[in-house]
Structure formats: structure tokens, C-alpha cells
Design a protein around this ligand. Sequence first.
Ligand SMILES: Cc1cc2nc3c(=O)[nH]c(=O)nc-3n(C[C@H](O)[C@H](O)[C@H](O)COP(=O)(O)O)c2cc1C
Ligand code: SF4
Ligand code: SF4
Length: 449
Amino acid sequence: MADLSINFAGIKSPNPFWLASAPPTNSGYQVMKAFDAGWGGAVWKTLGVPVVNVSSRYAAVNYKGNRMIGLNNIELITDRPLADNLREIEEVKKRFPDHAVIASLMVETREQWHQIVKDSENAGADGIELNFGCPHGMCERGMGSAVGQEPNVLKTIVGWVMEVATIPVIVKLTPNISDITVPALAAQEGGGNAISLINTIQSIIGVDIDNFVPYPIVDGKSTNGGYCGPAVKPIALNMVKNCAQIPGYNLPISGIGGIETWKDAVEHILLGASSVQICTAVMHYGFGIIRDLKSGLEQYMDQKGFQTIDDMVGKALPNTKTWENLNLKYKVVASIDDDKCIGCQLCYTACEDGAHQAIGLTGEGENRIPHIIEENCVGCNLCSLVCPVEECITMERRDDGKEHVTWKERTNADDIPTTFNDKRAGGLGHWVPEPLEALKKGHYDKFKD
Ligand SMILES: Cc1cc2nc3c(=O)[nH]c(=O)nc-3n(C[C@H](O)[C@H](O)[C@H](O)COP(=O)(O)O)c2cc1C
Ligand code: SF4
Ligand code: SF4
């Protein structure tokens, strides 16, 4: 049976699933309830000089029947006094000594950093997370993402923390930056023991078009917020991967962003995370999701023969290359399973208007069924993505696997298009309809002579 326990930069936890710093970790009551349900660790709601919050605070993207595929919030750090939080951290640690409690911190001055780090250690926290990520409210006051966006400031503050810290320090990064590897490296240079990412993405989630005000609405006004939930996972995965692939970089990574199922967590781990943190999914479905997260991960590890989490960390990294290293000779084309096709023609429309006119229709009127015109198909995947029937359109390999040529190799061999009409263009000779001729053949009266 797989062993789920981890030692993340010196922080021990019975499993890699931690609650991210957010409303689910507001209080000792919640954290103890979560540990009791099976969570391995909790990053406490960010501590600092307590704030005053607004109401309302959240807004969401609902997409075609799915609630909250993206969540936006304009909440700040904890609004509870530090002493109350510290007392509750102490109590949680007394009752759950083997679980990981990490104090998330955000203050301004060196003195305040020193004080709050020592206070957190004295309360029994197993680690500290520096919140350099909050992209609303706190950044207006020079904290949160305002620090995460300034690598030199970030490095200086990590340095202040390391002057006094005796427990592991995780630096939480903001995704609101063009190159995530810059603050990641600054965290290492400052002496931090690990990084975590992502915090929320600065966003406006929508606008009340009757009253001309974005959501969430606070007495007729609004502000930009932080975006998270399932919709942000692709951005988080890319940033986790980018950090994990920095040459010479060796800090552990706690992956955050869009994790709802065990599979999401596995994806973060395969791209380099050695613990994962979850917020929106818990706000949506509660602490009980930990049962499926743990059992799903355990089954996956057993199936794949992974004994420990460390065995699987970064397993997808060797297969994650820069574009110039992909095989240009690999060739797939779409194939439709006629027995599964329900004749909806979504694939036809998508390929006809949005891709390469490589799907034809046979038959009459609404009963027309699609077929692939192989010589036109570039193997882009679009039809298989829009097809509503599972496994109805699959991509089939057509090259014999013997040739392997990359853009990099072609560049080195001086064999790439260099002028606008270069004969080495990839699409040269590929069939494209002659515009007017094709339009006249269709049902477009205005183009007829
Ligand atoms: C309402 C709300 C409050 C949050 N508060 C904090 C916070 O105090 N400190 C912090 O570091 N991150 C905070 N976050 C960000 C989360 O910890 C996490 O980084 C982000 O939500 C992405 O994870 P998810 O996609 O699982 O939600 C907050 C997120 C939400 C939705
Ligand atoms: S893979 Fe792309 S080009 Fe080929 S049929 Fe599908 S949509 Fe058209
Ligand atoms: S989208 Fe799928 S089900 Fe619909 S017509 Fe195309 S192949 Fe058939």
C-alpha cells in the first residue's frame, strides 16, 4: 500500500493534502474538524495586523450548469486579533501533533516580521508561509502581490524572516507577474526553504450590466479581485512546471490552484509539486472531499507502483519540453467511429469554420453524417474536443515513427523558412479552398454570379 506521508522542506504531514490559507483555515474549530476528517496539513488564514473586510466579497463564474468553475474574492487577510489565532494554533497542535500547521504571515516592517515569526513559532507552528501573493487590497498597502512582483523586495523580506526563523519558511508567490521563475529564484536567494504557488489571479469576474458595476458589489461599487478555482488550474500547472524546471533550482514546491480531485493533485505532483494546497474546492464542497482525494491518490500510486509521493514528484517534467524540441514528423489524423456518432455535426462546423475544412458530410439535410477528408486533416484535435460523444473521434497515428526532426535541429541545419514566401513553409501545398469558387459552390447566394 502506498505511503502518503511527506516531509516537505522539514514539515512532516501524514498526507500531501493541505488546506490553503483562506476562509477554511480561519479558526481552530475549522482546522481541527478538517484534521479529524483526514487533511494532512493546514496553512492558517494569513496573520498580520487584523483588517476590516467588506460585504459582499465573492463572485463566481458559472458555466453552462456548473456552479463556481472560477471564484473571485476581494477578502483581505485575517480580521481576527493575532492573540486569538495564536491561541487556537497552539490548541490545534496540542490535539494534532502529527499534522502540519503552517502560519501564513503578512506584515510590513522588519520588526513586525521578526515579532510575528517568533510568535508563530512559540505557538507551535510547524512552518511559516510568507504571503507575497494577495492581489487585491493588501497590495494597495504595499504588501501581498506588491512584494511578489518586486523580486528584490521579496528577497529582502525573506532575508528578514530568515534572520529569526527556526522552522521551515515557504514563500508563496503571486501569478500576477510575467515570469514566475524570477521571484522563485529570489525566494531561494533570500534563503527561503520552499515555495508555494499560485495565489489568486487579479481579475474582474463580470459586470452587472443593468447597474454598470462589476461583481462583487459593495454598496454600488466594486474593485478587482483574486481569481481561483478549477478554471485556474492550467495557469497554476504551467507555473509549477516553470519553477520545477529552473536549472539549479532545488527548493520544494507546494502546488496550489484549481485542485478539486485526486487527479488534479496528481497533475500538480507530476509537474514538480511535493505537497498540494486546496481552497476553492473546500469552500464549495467542504472538508469531506479529503476522503476521495486520499483514496484516489492511494489507488493511483498502487496502480502505478509508486511507494511514496517523492517517487512521483516531477515524473512528467522530462516529457515537458520547449516547443522547438517537439518532433515535427509525428503525424496524427482524426478518425470518426460511425457506430458512436449521433450526427450532431458539431465536428463539421468546428473544422469547417475554425480549422481546416477536413470534414465532409454525406447524406441529406439533418441526416448528413460526417467523414474525415484525411489529406486535409492537420491533426489539430479540434473535432475530437468538440465532439460530445466520448471516444467517438480519436486521433490515429499516420507516420511510421522512424523519423524525428525538431525545429531546433532544422534551425541548426539551416533548414527553416526565413522569407515571407519561403518554399519551406509548413503549409505549402496543403489544400486550402479557393475562396470565391468555394463560396459559390455553397449556399451563399450573395457570392453567386
Ligand atoms: C476567499 C479567499 C480568501 C483567500 N485568502 C488568502 C489568504 O488570506 N492568504 C493567502 O495566502 N491566500 C489566500 N487565498 C488564496 C488561496 O490560498 C489559494 O492560493 C487560491 O485560492 C488558489 O487555490 P484554489 O484554486 O484551490 O482556490 C484566498 C482565496 C480565497 C478564495
Ligand atoms: S483534427 Fe483538426 S483538421 Fe483534422 S478533422 Fe479534426 S478539426 Fe479538422
Ligand atoms: S461531433 Fe461527434 S457525434 Fe457529432 S457529428 Fe461529429 S463525430 Fe458525430
